[in-house]
Design a protein around this ligand. Structure first.
Ligand code: ASP
Length: 311
């Protein structure tokens, strides 16, 4: 099966088969990343623009490395250095970039749906590197790759996702993707941070306490409190949040003995996760980052038509 989409805007738009295709290619890409010379000519002659309207360290660097390892030419534009600061609209910024004939625009934007708006209006591929509180498909794919590597499967895994679900694009993309491949999702967080109707995204169980979600879990995914998106305070204090929804070594004892602990980063140590868990033997946080490059290579490869360059 080939990949039929021009863009990757979210996992909501992809089938389970397409998700597996992206993961399988990412697994092959990992082999390239372990070579001494980490470069193949696959996207030679292609131009990729990384257009970031929100801060990012991991995701932007990871997409840039992915493009470079596939031999594409890359340009980075971030909001603080772009004409957006001078009042330019998204359409105008995009139109100007398009005049330079890029093949792929990798974009992060604080408005949910900004990518869908753009994708309808341009002929080049749009890859979503995070849109507001909506989706973050590359993060969910790298999470799924890391889980599959560890357990050899995704179907039937019990995955607890804990924290600010309402404002988390990471949670939303993981719910969409993981339910399509048969994982079982348990959500926990303060009631003010669990979106109404979350079940519509996929078959999930909403738990009242973190203990209930962790019980026998194979994977525990902790989320950062999205203070920049909350608008108003949704919890009394960070200390109280941490007391009821922070992960520590004692609570981890409720999960399966070989539980994987994951976090998309950036972490607030001592708030949603204690340092001994974040750095402990069950933590896969750095493997997630490592797998991010391979997953993004796979995404760029597939939106380019998945073809090898002709000599
Ligand atoms: N880095 C992730 C994102 O951009 C998670 C986070 O910011 O908490 O969505």
């Amino acid at each position: 099966m080939g990949f039929k989409h021009k863009d990757i805007l979210g996992l909501q738009d992809l089938s389970g088969e397409e998700i597996y295709l992206l993961l399988n290619t990412a697994e092959n890409m990992k082999e390239i990343n372990s070579r001494e010379i980490k470069k193949v000519p696959t996207l030679r002659g292609k131009t990729i623009v990384n257009l970031f309207f929100e801060p990012s360290t991991r995701t932007r660097t990871s997409f840039e490395l992915a493009a470079k390892r596939l031999s594409a030419d890359t340009i980075n534009i971030s909001a603080s250095t772009s004409a957006v600061q001078k009042g330019e609209t998204l359409s105008d910024t995009a139109r100007n970039i398009l005049a330079m004939k890029p093949d792929i625009i990798v974009m992060r934007h604080s408005i949910s749906g900004a990518h869908h708006y753009l994708a309808k209006r341009v002929s080049c591929s749009i890859v979503n590197a995070g849109d507001g509180a909506h989706e973050h498909p590359s993060q969910a794919l790298l999470d799924m790759l890391t889980m599959r590597e560890r357990f050899g499967r995704l179907a039937g895994l019990k995955v607890a996702i804990v924290g600010d679900i309402t404002h988390s694009r990471v949670a939303r993309s993981n719910i969409c993707g993981l339910t399509k491949v048969g994982a079982k999702i348990y959500l926990a967080g303060p009631p003010t941070m669990i979106p109404q109707g979350v079940e519509r995204l996929g078959a999930v169980t909403v738990c009242k306490t973190i203990q209930e979600a962790l019980d026998g879990a194979d994977v525990v995914m902790m989320l950062r409190i999205q203070l920049e998106r909350q608008g108003k305070t949704l919890m009394p204090t960070l200390r109280e949040y941490s007391r009821y929804f922070g992960l520590n070594r004692d609570l981890l004892g409720l999960a399966s003995p070989d539980v994987m602990v994951m976090h998309p980063g950036p972490m607030n140590r001592g708030v949603e996760i204690s340092s001994d868990v974040a750095d402990g033997p069950n933590s896969y946080i750095l493997q997630q980052v490592e797998n991010g490059v391979a997953v993004r290579m796979s995404m760029l490869y597939h939106v380019s038509g998945g073809e090898l360059p002709t000599e």
